[in-house]
Design a protein around this ligand. Sequence first.
Ligand SMILES: [Zn+2]
Length: 255
Amino acid sequence: MTAIIVILLAILGASLGSFFNVLIHRLPRNQSIIKPLSSCASCGYKIPFYLNIPIVSYIILKGKCKNCGASIHWHHLLVEIITPVILIAVFYKYGIRYGLNHVLFFKYAILCLMMIPIFFTDSFHQIIPHVLSIPLIPIGLLFSLHPFSDLMFKNAAITAIVVFVFLYLIALLYMLIRKQAGLGGGDIWLLTGISTFLGALNMPFIFMLSALLGIIWFVIFIRKRDLEFAFGTFIAVTTVFWVFAGDSILTLIWF
Ligand SMILES: [Zn+2]
């Protein structure tokens, strides 16, 4: 039974990954995500369904458009692989323990999966589209209303408000002092959305770990002052990491 579920989740995840690739390419360019269905970014060639199979098509076509030969960026393949991997990992963590129809499986699957397009739009375009970040807030709040959720509505709502106001004030202060935007609006909405899923206990760790990751990255790879800095990528990575390791780390700290 588990094997069948894993195979189905792999197919679902790869298809979702394919859709995420469309979001990653088109949202930062303000293009429609529905029309045209799937087309080559270079020549506009409409990709027929038999050449639009996630992972398989990329490998068969060797990462090139069949019509114009333009190479398709490797991140397309990566997204189509990483999406089912994360979905199956959430299943092993929450689906097997609580059941596939349990609220926690859906909650953490949605949270982790949403981090994928956010990670890539922010790292490639320094943009966290509002259509990806803001919906996290009502979705997280809805999950907190469920009786079997691991976070109460009060906690989710208050944490979100505190995080939003806190970050907004920091951004405002930075703007007044440095006369330039430090913390982007996208980061504020993203962290507010994540708050409604993770609550007051976990958010300090999300802040600390993503800041730490960002600083390490900055020191190793960038070292240029006043360079556009994609903080959202570190928030996204930290969030997925925390969904899988957060409870173990908290247990280690408490006991
Ligand atoms: Zn083409």
